[in-house]
Design a protein around this ligand. Sequence first.
Ligand code: GLN
Length: 493
Amino acid sequence: MSDLADLNVGEAATGLRAGDFSSVELTDAVIKRAGITESHLHAYLTFDQDAARDAARVADDARAGGEDRGPLHGIPIALKDNMTTRGTETTAGSKILAGYVPPYDAAVVERLQSRHAVILGKTNLDEYAMGSSTENSAYGPTRNPWDTERIPGGSSGGSAAAVAVGSAMAALGSDTGGSIRQPAAMCGIVGVKPTYGLVSRYGLIAFASSLDQIGPFARTVADAASLLEVIAEFDIRDATSYRGERPAFSQALEEGVAGMRVGVVTELSGDGIDAEVAAACRAMYDSLANAGAEVSEVSLPASEYALSAYYLIAPAEASANLARFDGVRYGLRVGGATTEEMMARTRAEGFGPEVTRRILLGTYALSAGYYDAFYGQAQKVRTLVRRDFAAAYEKVDVLVSPTSPTTAFPIGERTADPLSMYYADVCTIASNLAGDPSGSVPIGLDNQGLPIGFQIMAPALHEANLFRAAAEVERLATFSHRPALATSEVRPA
Ligand code: GLN
């Protein structure tokens, strides 16, 4: 292997264990790659080379002392910048948090560090994770590594772009309505949103608390499973953390799909799905059937209303969660004659237009006289969506669909039209409403050379099913393409 930055997590872990190279060498290769790609992509908001090298040295020393803390020991990993890192600025992509240096680490950060993973830095995102393109970042957009005139997806666009080009070996993102799966699809990598409650949200800057989940980005399904195994742990500090045992996710990877019941979601297969995306997914349904799966069509009738329900529930929760950013405790403060004026000015100045829109929508949906008509109705739809999934999973083990209705769209194409931006998550949102796990695996390129993602959904806590099917999709697709930027020959822009 000529460039260590091209290794996946599994390969790098093997090389580290064998002593073929050190974590410092591996981390240096990734830092060097970032030095080339960052000027093209802007995947990172904070990239801390020195801290990363220090952590790599600690990992190497521990290994030299006979320690092996598992598959992430010495592996360079990036974090979406809505997870708190003690001593490192955490902005959530918002101007209102510029300069905010948290006094504590998110639970997932503790987990990674306890395994001697190497944290590289903080990746770009749509402000407060609200968006599907990373264009809503107050710090400028991230670009798609396959075509830098296009969006990388969002809101975890920085994490996805970094993993796609090798400026991180893996990354964490958060997914409230699709923010891991959709950018994974657009950047040609694997992304998984776990079951709600599986991964602690302690230290994740809240967007919509009943929907938010942290999950992995990686270049292979096995790598995503390894990462999830490390971060999925009960945590007393998150009141919604699942207390039960965590299933082992990686054991099913080699099982294949013979006899597995796979349901193709009718509502997500036809109307509104780009023809090339639909065709690639149809070909994969056939391949799964040839590999021994029992493929059938399954209807989720309420999913038609999922997007509308989500855009009431998520903003409603966001309006409550974002009330704390008032100029008193965190980040930006714009002065005023009274406390109220200070708060109003700080918020007007600190929040971008999409966040402001969500706060207004959410406050309206929750206000007296409208609560039942909007928020209440949306919660009823959420129950119907859950029931649809429960009924479907009596018949099938996993559900499948495209991850996104289109491949990556041009920067600027949808910024003036929020509804078309919201539509980018039409395939992913239902799993968040249901609280179920769901992942995206790349299956091909469209005629413009842009990656197409395939979505696999499973019942709550059945990540093993998801990974089993995902591993087969990965084998069948043999997606070995890498963006041109992921080579050492490219020069900084
Ligand atoms: N695009 C969706 C939104 O803007 C989902 C975002 C997310 O999953 N964080 O709300």
